[in-house]
Design a protein around this ligand. Sequence first.
Ligand code: GLA
Length: 390
Amino acid sequence: MNTVSAELVGRVREGFARVFPGDPPRLATAPGRVNLIGEHTDYNDGFVLPMAIARSAVVAFRPRGDGLLRAHSLAYDETREAAVGALAAPGGHGWFSYVAGVAWAFASDGVPVAGMDVVVDGDVPIGAGLSSSAALEMATARALCAAAGAPWDPVRMARLGQKAENGYVGMNCGIMDQFASAACVDGSALLLDCRTLETRPVPVPAEAAVVVMDTGARRALAASAYNERRAACERVVAEIARTRPETRALRDVSPAELEAARARLDPQDARRASHVVAEILRPAALEQAFREGDLAGAGRLMSESHKSLRDLYEVSCEELDLVTSLARRQPSCYGARMTGAGFGGCAIALVDARDVSSFCDEVLFGYKATFDLPAALYSCRPVAGARLLE
Ligand code: GLA
């Protein structure tokens, strides 16, 4: 099943012919994602349940013999270049850092990396929390592997994508987004154990639609707030490890153990940790609800997750709270929650598949009455991870 827009592919091919005339390029693509549940758990060694969606980054590429990486972004109408052998971290911000960062991560991990001419574009909205950067990284990784004739190992590539973010781009993210973009399978969400990197496909019941609700709100301070949340989790682990040295991450702390330690913890840190220890249990619970066809139960878990992210982890915002509460008021909605890092971007709703279009109309109408933002609602289905388009 072709999940990449033909219009996008055509645009990238044409752009390549214009910017880098000569032999036609090969094409690699990788999808964005929504996370069904398990939010802010990946960097706590917990579980997540993302699903890749039919919004993608596309990279047209042609290997070069001289070790130069020349890249052009159609979205930014900008060409940048670097010698792959001379990339050094940290590598700054912006679209090129995702392309160059992956080449840097390959080289620093001993993976052969060839020079290339590349043109990049995509239809994952930028800054919406749908992992446009992970999609660009994994499409670049797919292209680099093909250019060097190396096999595609999705788990290793996800690790290298995360390394590029952490080491080169300077974003201290977990592994979920790159993993989903590299390794998701067609037709299923993916339950991922972020400690062992073991996965299990989880089919989404056909009677339910996953609706993306893009609030149109974009938040600039998300990265610093994200790093603060991470630091709070690490402080709690360090305190609990003083009496229980085997504690390596919040994954190792049960809700009861957290309660027992609460008096020793900063109250705000303790609130953050109580979100995480409960949220780590939710992906398996959602999987079970899906397998039993219990959509009401599945929706309840999603709404509980949102409440916890709003009140305990404090990463929601007015726009996400409004769109999810409008969604929950619709009779066809089982539950709704923010997805991704938060502070703006997208929420998702689990909706009766027969009723998607009236659901989208009603929620959008209500949302627009309060916020004059470029909001958009659309249903999505699970697609496969990164691949070559040939
Ligand atoms: C961002 C990060 C992920 C994850 C989510 C929150 O998307 O890139 O690693 O931490 O936020 O669940």
